[in-house]
Design a protein around this ligand. Structure first.
Ligand code: ADP
Length: 191
């Protein structure tokens, strides 16, 4: 099994690159953002709780997303490996993920961290907001709040994996294909 974390701030291209990576490597894509949006569209209790945080650009409580990931792992017993996108986003989530993977006798192979300037992030997110229908993308204040949450709570997740020497920075600006090739090169070195 090969499990990887695609890491980076909101708007860094995790979703776009994940779609391509799962095809090339046959991984199961687990995006907590997508899972939460699906809960919201089905109007579940979990979705309704999560929406209050997401609309403000804040992180959803750890126990909610950890529970969701735990169920998703159990629902995919035959997976060749998992690509985690948008998770873990706090140190507590990282520790919980390690424990869940350990129970399944597996671990994170590598964290690939997309490097994109803040100016470029805001530009991309506002542009995505024009067409995505995501309410958290068409308000610059919410976008800034998400980037602040990232700097305050999520960036530390990279330090967590750095102690195990699992973090690789990858250039996140350029064409989609150039960035994809940069990611593949790092995966091929480790797989
Ligand atoms: P982006 O990376 O562009 O912000 P996501 O789809 O990954 O988009 O996340 C959208 C929102 O969902 C986040 O702003 C946050 O409120 C919530 N969310 C997603 N993943 C997590 C997580 N692992 N922990 C807490 N909240 C999360």
């Amino acid at each position: 099994m090969f499990n990887l974390i695609l890491f980076g701030p909101p708007g860094s291209g995790k979703g776009t690159q994940s779609e391509k990576l799962i095809v090339r490597y046959g991984l199961k894509h687990l995006s907590t953002g997508d899972l939460l949006r699906s809960e919201i569209s089905r109007q579940t209790a979990l979705g309704m709780e999560a929406k209050n945080f997401m609309d403000k650009g804040q992180l959803v409580p750890d126990e909610v997303v950890i529970g969701m990931i735990s169920s998703a792992l159990d629902e995919n017993p035959g997976a060749k490996g998992f690509l985690f996108d948008g998770f873990p986003r706090t140190s507590a989530q990282a520790e919980a993920l390690d424990k869940l993977l350990d129970l399944k006798k597996t671990a994170i192979g590598v964290m690939l961290a997309l490097d994109v300037s803040e100016e470029e992030l805001v530009k991309r997110l506002l542009k995505r907001g024009e067409t995505s229908g995501r309410t958290d993308d068409n308000n610059e204040l919410v976008i800034r709040a998400r980037i602040t949450e990232y700097r305050n709570k999520t960036e530390a997740v990279a330090d967590y994996y750095r102690q195990f020497d699992k973090v690789v920075m990858v250039k996140g600006e350029g064409s989609i294909d150039e960035i994809f090739e940069g990611l593949c090169k790092e995966i091929d070195n480790r797989i």
